[in-house]
Design a protein around this ligand. Structure first.
Ligand SMILES: Cc1cc2nc3c(=O)[nH]c(=O)nc-3n(C[C@H](O)[C@H](O)[C@H](O)COP(=O)(O)OP(=O)(O)OC[C@H]3O[C@@H](n4cnc5c(N)ncnc54)[C@H](O)[C@@H]3O)c2cc1C
Length: 275
């Protein structure tokens, strides 16, 4: 995987179990010294091209002690693994998503990540937090492009004898984009630093993802506004950016889920301190 020879997909989400993975219904049943996997996943990035699926499955019914959820590595070619048709998405055409079905899929004991199952689940949840820093950084890059396109357009496009960039209300849109961008970039650098040092691997990534993806959404929206009617046309870059950044607020935990993580952690910390 590290060398890029194996494409892997992270197969967590199911119908009715996206924001709340505890609701997932895919099962891994012990069979001899291996496992039999049954269930269906949806919206799985890279599924049509995947060589390997990182599959989240329930070892025992909820609720019991612990999550009861295990992580198993399932090669795409194993009998019973079936990938659905590519989803028709709003944007991000550079990657594909699809449903993935597991029907009586048999894997050996080596497929289970982390031994007792819970270790694999914990590691996967930690990787989601790390991924949130990445999504935040990606959002900052998209916002930078939205600003660059907006400035270039404002500096050259005209209405009558005026360059639109001379209108103060257009300058205000550029200023709002720039202020959000600078704040987001500083935040994501700080969150990444605190993730690497181990100071904060839970709340900081959520704060960065929440702020930066919402900021990128506003930046792309303003970019379309700066372009006027041209901003709604397929041939301009900001029209694509507008659709592409919409996803950032949805996957790897929606904005609402980030707010729950941040707010919940603040309240728990206050309780622990007896405040
Ligand atoms: C293009 C794309 C690629 C994806 N890639 C992958 C992938 O590779 N692997 C993978 O496993 N998944 C992937 N996903 C799935 C993605 O992570 C989920 O769609 C996302 O987590 C939201 O889950 P959901 O779709 O079930 O929506 P829901 O959880 O049903 O959310 C619907 C609404 O309810 C809100 N909501 C839900 N629970 C709460 C709550 N407790 N409190 C308040 N509000 C709540 C949400 O914030 C949202 O506004 C992808 C999705 C898309 C669109």
């Amino acid at each position: 995987m590290a060398a890029g020879r194996v494409v892997a997909s992270f197969a967590l989400t199911e119908p009715g179990a996206g924001s709340n993975p505890a609701g997932l219904r895919t099962t891994a049943t012990a069979d001899g010294d291996g496992w039999v996997i049954d269930g269906a996943k949806q919206f799985i990035t890279n599924a049509p091209d995947a060589d390997l699926f990182v599959v989240f499955a329930r070892l025992r019914p909820a609720p019991e002690k612990g999550s009861g959820i295990a992580v198993l590595l399932v090669p795409a070619g194993v009998p019973g693994v079936e990938v659905g048709a590519k989803d028709a998405k709003m944007g991000q055409e550079g990657s594909s998503t699809a449903e993935v079905f597991f029907r009586g899929v048999r894997v050996g004991p080596e497929a289970l990540v982390g031994g007792d199952g819970e270790d694999g689940y914990r590691a996967a949840m930690t990787s989601l937090a790390r991924g949130r820093v990445h999504i935040a950084a990606l959002a900052v890059g998209c916002a930078q492009r939205a600003l660059d396109e907006s400035v270039a357009y404002a500096a050259t496009a005209t209405q009558g004898d005026s360059v639109i960039g001379d209108f103060q209300l257009v300058q205000a849109m550029l200023a709002d984009q720039r202020a959000g961008l600078d704040a987001g970039r500083a935040l994501v650098r700080d969150a990444a630093h605190r993730y690497v040092t181990g100071d904060d691997r839970r709340v900081g990534p959520s704060v960065a993802k929440l702020f930066c993806t919402e900021m990128a959404g506003r930046a792309a929206d303003l970019a379309v506004q700066v372009h006027g009617g041209a901003g709604y046309m397929r041939e301009v870059a900001v029209e694509r950016l507008y659709r592409d950044v919409r996803l950032l607020r949805l996957y790897e935990g929606t904005s609402e889920i980030q707010r729950l993580i941040i707010g919940g952690a603040l309240v728990r910390a206050a309780r622990a301190e007896g405040r």
